[in-house]
Design a protein around this ligand. Structure first.
Ligand code: B3K
Ligand code: ZN
Length: 882
């Protein structure tokens, strides 16, 4: 028998574990050569488990040194090990202690799961199933235990010893070694365990909670990065305060530590009291970090901190409930950013991310519900659907029940489930109770995959003064789910009158309408407004009130009207986007047939007016200038996609904008340079100004005028911050400017020793829409600044190429696909999680035109054909090909 753990794992098979673990005593002896872990688990049979029932513990690539029961070593026939774990055949009837000694080689751990070394620092990553790579355990989120961790290490190599909770003891040992003991009073699942040991620099600060509890805050980084901690520390304090003020949640330990490491598979990890971060989301100063980096740090610091309540104090019963903590925590970090920065700008940015990441997932072979019902490899479900769509679902819940009931529901959830491993049903029940509403149909959002389409027809009857909106929704079939139920869809709306203001009406019927929200619950609703004095322009799904694809045939003049007048900034932006999308789709068709695409002058006029409006937030204006990306257009077209035709349409539209808006754009650029050197501040206002100027320059450069590129090169040389510098570099490289190569060289000369900046240098080159890019990327894999062992480097070069360079990844000769497939096969042997992430860039392969489709399929099949493929990669390629 190899395993009792079924694969695939199904939600319907969930059973509580037969045994519980109340305490874990971990003794970790760290050494250069090897590491010895002694785990003592206090186990007891759960009610209902027959006495003597075998105990099965999870394990992965472990070397067992010794196993003892209540202090007595066990004979070999008392237990059995296999590649997936260990079985104790006949555990005692009464509570017992199991002591397990395992030997690890952290330096050889290239998967970066479990205990590994990153630039000489020992660190851990346990979510989802990494703890079983440290010791045998009931490695599942519903087994909550109190941990005490004693770590020992050579003092010279690891003066800093950290784990979860509070430090209760420390001291020196013989032979230059020392130790520390950490105790975490809060019962937690194994995935939240962490330890860090290394020679790290620290910034120590403090925070006093609302109720007066002092908390020591520490941020630990590799030496040399001490000067880049301030922003993260400030973001942490703001997050702590915000969670108290907005959600009434206080921190609950004496210390909160963050450690930044350079080799990390994901963004960061919310381990109790000891967050471990990819250093990309901690380190910043204006010379090396862009505005986007600063915003990312603020959001990820907040996200991980917010997990302390949504994830740690209340955790998930099983991994199917991942959205319980992730969707909710993303929602919370989005709200935080909205409060710290601009709410409309944040909303537009989030919707862009949702559409570019989640919509293609939902519309392709990897589609799955926000709460999946089956998985082969759980690490492949940390997806845009679970995170971003999961956050949208929470947002809809708030829209439907209203702000007050939402807050009451959250309070009830914290109150009722503190200390629990909970489910989505538990969560939603709190809102049903707080609002008095039946939310059973709302649960379809958790169980049904696919992005609903909502078709809307409108009719105004001037004699009856009625206005009718007919909504028809379709939830498309997705893998394993051919038939769908109608979703509950909140439509926030306004009826915009000819004076630009929202109109009033006498009554409304045909659906539940509360305030400015229509709740669609059926496949079809006819909503009739009476007392409507003129035909309004409908502004629907304001603030993107539901993650759906609305289809309404508004005329171009309706859309330019909304661009100018909609009271909802999101829909002003959406109107511009819709118009641009229509032109891009038509333009791509035109490019295929060799016709020059038509650009609507009324759109350009309305855009010019908006951009010239100095009363509008510069960040908002920058977003208005950003037309849908090439991948967005491909998704809209949906089938028989030709990325080259889309790129042509995209270039043409952007050049037309650059030409028509030249005066306005040039004014924005010159105004900024006249204002001269304002000291850099990474806040929303500064970032917004820079984003507008860079967007303006990029559009001017799109006209292909040489003097613009010369100005960009000067800007590159004179830049006083990384945002402007890397924006200029990218314009030069992506337009093949004469100075591009030299600029790349100067950039590397100056920043080649800062790995996070090297990432930008790699990404700029990998995203150049040029036939030479593939060769360049191949060459860069051999550059001394690059390493496949580092996930950040790999994502910057390979991930950027595969996801952000549509014409070169999908070259018609298939060479781009082949290259990425080679990389996936290579990485599969060392870091399957990163390999699996990269292979998802093939997720829309079926929508290509026939030639590219065949090449992509061949590349996927070649990956699938590798005899020893990891479960991570095989899971994705099998689903992609199914
Ligand atoms: N919870 C972690 C992600 C873990 C991913 C495991 N493959 C970070 C986060 O979402 O906050
Ligand atoms: Zn999270």
């Amino acid at each position: 028998m190899r395993t009792e753990t079924a694969n695939p794992v199904r939600l319907s098979d969930y059973r509580p574990s037969a045994y519980a673990i109340d305490t874990v005593d971990l003794h970790v002896a760290l050494d250069e050569a090897d590491t010895l872990v002694t785990a003592t688990l206090a186990l007891r049979r759960r009610d209902g488990t027959p006495s003597g029932a075998p105990l099965r513990l999870d394990g992965d690539e472990l070397v067992l040194v010794q196993l003892a029961l209540d202090g007595v070593p066990l004979p070999g026939d008392a237990y059995a090990t296999d590649p997936d774990g260990l079985v104790l055949h006949a555990p005692p009837e009464d509570p017992f202690r199991l002591t397990i000694v395992t030997r690890l080689d952290p330096a050889a751990n290239t998967k970066l799961m479990g205990l590994y070394r990153s630039s000489g620092t020992w660190c851990t990553q346990c979510e989802a199933e990494g703890f079983r790579r440290i010791t045998y355990f009931l490695d599942r989120p519903d087994v909550l235990a109190v941990y005490t961790v004693r770590m020992e290490a050579p003092k010279a190599l690891a003066p800093v010893l950290l784990s979860n909770g509070n430090r209760v003891e420390a001291g020196d040992l013989p032979d230059g070694r020392h130790y520390a003991v950490w105790h975490d009073p809060w019962p937690k699942p194994s995935y939240l365990f962490a330890l860090v040991a290394g020679d790290l620099a620290a910034r120590i600060d403090g925070f006093t909670t609302a109720s007066g509890r002092p908390v020591e805050l520490g941020i630990y980084v590799e030496h040399g990065n001490e000067t880049r901690i301030d922003y993260a520390m400030d973001a942490l304090k703001r997050s702590m305060r915000w969670d108290e003020e907005v959600f009434g949640r206080e921190y609950d330990l004496d210390v909160f530590n963050i450690v930044a490491v350079s080799d990390f598979n994901m963004g960061a990890m919310e381990n109790k009291g000891l967050n471990v971060f990819n250093d990309k989301y901690v380190l910043a100063d204006p010379d090396v970090a862009t505005d986007t980096d600063y915003a990312g740090i603020e959001a990820v610091i907040a996200h991980e901190y917010f997990h302390n309540w949504t994830g740690n104090r209340i955790t998930c019963r099983d991994w199917f409930q991942l959205c319980l903590k992730e969707g909710l925590t993303v929602f919370r970090d989005q709200e935080f950013t909205s409060d710290m920065r601009s709410r409309p700008v944040k909303r537009i940015a989030d919707v862009r991310t949702l559409r570019s990441h989640q919509f293609p997932e939902d519309g392709g072979p990897l589609a799955h519900p926000v709460r999946p019902e089956v998985y082969k490899e759980i690490n492949n479900f940390y997806t845009a659907t679970v995170y971003e769509k999961g956050a949208e679902v929470i947002r809809m819940l708030k829209t439907l029940v209203g702000d007050d009931a939402f807050r009451a529901g959250m309070d009830l959830y914290f109150d009722r489930h503190d200390g629990d491993a909970a489910t989505m049903e538990d969560f939603v029940a709190c809102f049903a109770e707080a609002s008095g509403r039946d939310l059973s149909a709302f649960m379809h959002w958790y169980s049904q995959a696919g992005t609903p389409t909502v078709e809307i027809a409108e009719a105004y009857d001037p004699s009856a003064r009625t206005y009718r909106l007919t909504f028809t929704q379709t939830v498309p079939p997705t893998p394993g789910q051919p038939v769908k139920q109608p979703a509950v869809i909140p439509v926030r709306f306004g009826l915009v009158g000819s004076n630009g203001a929202d109109m009033t009406y006498a009554s409304v019927s045909g659906a539940e309408v509360r305030d400015d929200v229509i709740a669609l619950t059926e496949t079809r609703h006819e909503v009739v407004f009476t007392g409507v004095s003129e035909r309004p322009v409908p502004s629907l799904f304001r603030g993107f009130s539901a993650p759906v694809k609305p289809q309404i045939a508004l005329t171009p003049s309706d859309l330019t009207f909304l661009m100018r007048h909609d009271g909802d900034p999101f829909n002003r932006w959406q109107a511009a986007s819709t118009l641009a999308m229509t032109m891009l789709v038509a333009g791509s068709e035109a490019a295929r047939s060799g016709v020059t695409p038509r650009i609507d002058p009324a759109y350009l006029d309305a855009l010019d007016e908006t951009i010239a409006d100095g009363t509008l937030d510069p960040a908002f204006r920058a977003l208005m200038l950003a037309v849908p990306g090439e991948n967005d257009v491909a998704r809209e077209i949906g089938e028989n996609v030709d990325p080259d035709a889309i790129a042509t349409a995209h270039r043409t539209l952007r050049a037309a904008i650059g030409a028509r808006l030249e005066t306005t754009l040039a004014h924005i650029v010159s105004e900024a340079s006249e204002a001269g050197d304002v000291a850099y501040t990474p806040d929303a206002a500064g970032a917004g100004r820079r984003s507008l100027v860079n967007a303006a320059l990029d559009l001017l450069a799109a006209t292909g005028r040489m003097e613009v590129l010369e100005a960009v090169e000067r800007r590159f040389d004179l830049a006083t911050n990384m945002t402007d510098r890397v924006a200029a570099l990218s314009m030069l490289v992506h337009r093949n400017a004469p100075g591009a190569e030299a600029a790349l060289g100067r950039f590397h000369d100056r920043f080649g020793s800062v790995p996070l900046v090297v990432d930008k240098w790699l990404a700029v080159q990998a995203t150049a829409p040029d036939p030479s890019t593939l060769d360049r990327v191949r060459g860069l894999t051999r550059h001394p600044s690059f390493s496949f062992r580092n996930p950040n480097r790999t994502r910057s070069l390979i991930g950027s190429f595969a996801n952000l360079n549509p014409t070169q990844f999908a070259r018609p000769d298939g060479a781009g696909f082949d290259f990425v497939a080679d990389v996936v096969l290579l990485l599969d042997g060392t870091n399957p999680q990163v390999a699996a992430r990269i292979v998802t860039s093939f997720r829309s392969w079926r929508s290509y035109e026939a030639r590219r489709r065949a090449k992509a399929e061949a590349a996927l099949k070649r990956i699938a054909g590798k005899p020893t493929l990891s479960r991570d990669v095989s899971d994705i390629v099998e689903r992609a090909l199914a």
